[in-house]
Design a protein around this ligand. Structure first.
Ligand code: B3K
Ligand code: ZN
Length: 876
């Protein structure tokens, strides 16, 4: 497939101003009739052909201004409809197409999930419903008439506001509904849903007094699992008014939860469609992490109403315009709902574990890519999470007031438009008076800058000098890099633990507590520094960079106890643990005895016993860097078995050293009614973190205590935590617990996903065999993306030592699944395939096995464009 390039962008020669769709639903033959009001743009020569996109369509009728058109005036294939000489005046084009929702296994366009008709149009799914200018810069007003058998689909939903509904004359078994969306929108935001669904209802009054009916639609019997989602929705709506001044703009807001969905959720105008994983929750089936995710995803999709829908993207290269900004907005929302420090730490952990490896390997791309062959492969951690970090840096640079003024201007100036990153940045440059042209490099350049800092203190001169450099390692298609604008928030910590003052700074711009780097190499000199400080750099993770500032274990321990910035306090303990673990990895590789460093044991002990700290923060600080995090730090010649051994050794040492503290922490587990809020969740996280170390210790009653907790747990968080420890630790009782869990949750698909996932992520040599068996289990369903993700994806991404088995069997198993999936659902297959992206970082034997698996995929016939793109880039 040819690459599509940003530099080739040009507007379509025609525009579509209005769309009237009539959809006659039937499982195997849905008839779609589209009436498009089309206008030639003034720059377009009369007679210029009109080329509409299609995707596997069957044309059943075609007319212009009400008259069927002769065959010689158009050409048609399933993927394209071309009018050779359209009228030069505005005209109505009527198109009939027939589609087969039941045969749609790729879950793009119109498909059925457990019998419910639903759609997914972003990025290019609308063309699988009718021929269209299926690109985000064509904004039309949509009216949708949906007709279906009443028994099959009593609920008929569309975008916008409901207009009319009723029985179909002369067809007593059928009924219809008409929906009208007054806000012009791109085709990717089109949606319709039809099915036999239950719902819960609520309402929201906007700040200007508009009443909005809120409904969440779910499968019958699941109504009692919608409370948290509804509550999150109302809090999102209020927050967006208060913080961003964004008010909702329709009479209704509908959410539909479906069980077969390629991604998390979709922000269709007025009709969000969700993976039910991000809607349904109750004490018995959802973990605290699930509750937090639901809150965040509900907010994210709702926030798209302004950042994405009212203001959309000119082309798909601008995807980060809506995604980076909306992720930033949902992160801020969660920070306001929960602990800001804890949210920041969780977000940075996610960025480092998902985005950093992407940005360091063959799939690296700029936040705004310059070319793609399959746009669905660019819904990445770089576009989303790094995109959000770039918005966060923008806020740091222009300040909170400048940022507010900038977003106000953006909403006012670009409302109703499809626009670009340049237009977005111009708003902030204008209100702040700052030149942001150098900053724009963050959208253009791939790779994570490595910032290296060497410091020296001169006691006589009372000055501190920092030698700072920044550099991005070469990447495919990016041999060298340019220095970026990097805001480094910092503090100089004195021996009393307090931040010290200084007189002046030379060699870099400093705004308040922020050092602004902009050159490849800079020497920065602080004067009036009264003693040698502990240097706290990159506070709050103020830029998405890798920071190397050599620091002794003792200094890290000091900052882990005293840094006034909670993020860096956490980071200090993590860096300390990482340094220690890397030494253990080297020892494991050399076959030496693994002895944990006492300073790490001490620091963890202090955190464990410091009751003045927020429990959620303590739980995060006690969590060791993951196996994949360590592999990333090692960077090359990685042996995942040695990494696992090192981590196990430190966990065991921590457990055995602090057994008494751990017992005490365990006894503090709270009872009483379940509360899904952040505070109660933090206490559970801490208790379960303590339990994890206890289980790893040499305590003779460890297995007993974990089994007991499993039996007594009255909520999913605790039950799953105990089950994970039993299964991953291969403890007595594991098999019985798995069986009890499966019996208990047999009818809850989302809970069963966890049963698959726990087994897939066990770091045991028997796991691959278990996973193979599970793939043939009666409860496994290769057509349900959540189930595939919970087994195969979880194995490939959440089990480094077993996916990366030295015999290559883990790679081979995943490759088999990629190939089998690819024929049915290319998007899910291609996403799974990205788990190979760091294959070159393995030691020689493993990397040659991984390469062979990729080669095998590459040689398959009829590989989808999605998987072809990923495999080609991985092997390049
Ligand atoms: N915009 C959708 C993602 C669509 C993915 C298409 N492959 C969800 C979101 O980011 O909110
Ligand atoms: Zn989004």
């Amino acid at each position: 497939a040819p690459a599509i390039r940003l530099e080739d962008y040009s507007p379509a020669p025609y525009t579509i101003e209005a769309v009237a769709l009539d959809m006659q639903l039937a499982p195997k033959a849905t008839q779609v009739h589209a009436r498009l009001t089309i206008r030639r743009l003034t720059d377009t020569l009369p007679g210029t052909p009109l080329v509409l996109d299609g995707g596997g369509l069957e044309l059943t009728s075609l007319s212009v201004n009400g008259v069927a058109i002769p065959v010689e005036s158009y050409t048609v294939t399933p993927d394209k409809l071309e009018l050779l000489s359209p009228p030069s005046e505005p005209f109505e084009l009527e198109i009939g197409t027939r589609i087969d929702p039941d045969a749609n296994t790729q879950l793009e366009g119109l498909y059925r999930s457990s019998g419910t008709y639903c759609t997914q149009c972003e990025a290019e799914g609308f063309r699988r419903i009718t021929y269209f200018l299926d690109r985000p810069d064509v904004l039309a007003v949509y009216t949708t008439r949906i007709e279906a058998r009443k028994s099959e689909a009593p609920i008929l939903l569309g975008n916008g506001n409901p207009v009319e509904s009723g029985p179909v004359p002369d067809k007593p078994e059928r009924h219809f509904a008409i929906w009208h969306d007054p806000h012009p929108k791109p085709s990717y935001l089109f949606a319709m849903v039809a099915g036999d669904l239950a719902h819960v209802a609520d309402s929201f009054t906007t700040r200007s007094g508009r009443n909005v009916d809120l409904k969440i639609y779910v499968e019958h019997g699941r109504e009692d699992k919608c409370d948290w989602a509804m509550d999150s929705l109302k809090r999102s709506m209020r927050w967006d008014e208060e913080v961003f001044g964004c008010e909702y703009d329709l009479d209704v807001f509908n959410i539909v939860a479906v069980s077969d969905f390629n991604m998390g959720a979709m922000e269709n105008k007025g009709l969000n469609i969700f993976n039910d994983k991000y809607v349904l929750a109750d004490q018995d089936t959802a973990t605290d992490q699930d509750y937090a995710n639901i809150e965040a995803v509900i907010a994210h999709e709702y926030f798209h109403n302004w950042t994405g829908n009212r203001i959309t993207c000119r082309d798909w290269f601008q995807l980060c315009l809506k995604e980076g900004l909306t992720v930033f907005r949902d992160q801020e929302f969660s920070s306001d709902m929960r602990s800001r420090a804890v949210k920041r730490i969780s977000d940075v952990r996610l960025l480092k574990s998902h985005q950093f490896p992407e940005d360091a390997g063959p799939l690296a791309h700029p936040v705004r890519p310059r070319k793609y062959t399959e746009i669905n492969n660019f819904y990445t951690a770089t576009v989303y999470e790094k995109g959000a970090e770039v918005v966060r840096m923008l806020k740091t640079l222009v300040g909170a007031d400048g940022f507010k003024a900038g977003t106000d201007l953006y909403f006012q100036r670009h409302d109703g438009e499809a626009t670009t990153i340049e237009a977005f940045l111009a708003c902030f440059a204008e209100v702040s008076g700052q030149d942001l042209s150098h900053f724009a490099l963050w959208y253009e350049q791939a790779g994570t800058p490595l910032v290296e800092v060497e410091s020296s203190y001169d006691a006589t001169a009372q000055s501190l000098t920092l030698q700072i450099s920044q550099e991005i390692a070469p990447l495919p298609g990016q041999a060298d890099s340019k220095p970026a604008v990097i805001p480094i928030r910092f503090g100089l910590i004195g021996s009393d633990g307090a931040d010290m003052s200084f007189d002046k700074v030379e060699g870099a711009e400093v705004r308040q507590d922020c050092l602004i780097l902009s050159q490849r190499r800079q020497t920065v000199r602080f004067s009036g520094v009264s003693e040698r400080p502990a240097l706290s750099l990159l506070r709050g993770f103020s830029a998405p960079v890798k920071l190397h500032a050599p620091e002794k274990d003792q200094d890290l321990a000091f900052r882990a106890a005293h840094d006034s910035d909670p993020f860096n306090r956490w980071q200090a303990s993590q860096t300390l643990a990482t340094q220690s673990l890397l030494r253990l990895v080297r020892a494991a590789e050399a076959g030496e005895e693994l002895v944990a460093d006492s300073v790490v044991l001490d620091v963890f002990g202090s955190i464990l016993s410091d009751g003045s700290l927020d429990p959620a923060f303590r739980a995060l600080s006690l969590q060791l860097p993951g196996e994949a995090d360590l592999a990333r730090e090692i960077g090359k010649n990685v042996d995942p078995t040695a990494v696992l051994k090192a981590r196990d050794a430190l966990r065991a040492a921590l457990g055995s050293t602090h057994m008494d503290l751990l017992r005490a922490a365990l006894s503090q587990r709270e009872s009483g009614p379940f509360d899904p809020g952040a505070e109660a969740a933090g206490k559970r996280a801490l208790a379960n973190q303590a339990l994890a170390y206890f289980a790893a210790s040499d305590a003779s009653d460890a297995a007993l205590i974990v089994n007991d907790l499993f039996d007594r747990a009255d909520n999913m968080t605790d039950r799953l935590a105990a089950l994970t420890l039993l299964v991953h630790g291969d403890l007595p009782g594991a098999q019985a617990a798995l069986e009890a869990f499966r019996n208990r949750h047999e009818t809850s698909s989302l809970a069963l996903d966890k049963w698959f996932m726990v087994q897939a992520t066990a770091p045991l040599s028997s796991t691959l065999e278990t996973v193979r068996d599970l793939a043939g289990h009666r409860l496994f369903d290769e057509n349900n993306p959540n189930r595939v993700r919970s087994l195969v994806h979880a194995f490939a991404t959440g089990n480094p030592s077993q996916f990366g088995r030295p015999d290559g069997a883990g790679f081979s198993f995943v490759a088999d699944h990629v190939l089998a999936l690819d024929a049915r659902n290319p998007q899910v297959a291609a996403r799974l395939l990205t788990c190979f992206r760091s294959w070159r970082a393995y030691e020689a034997q493993r990397s040659s096995h991984a390469e062979a698996a990729l080669q095998r995929i590459s040689e398959a016939e009829n590989l989808s464009r999605d998987s072809r793109d990923i495999v080609d880039r991985c092997l390049q």
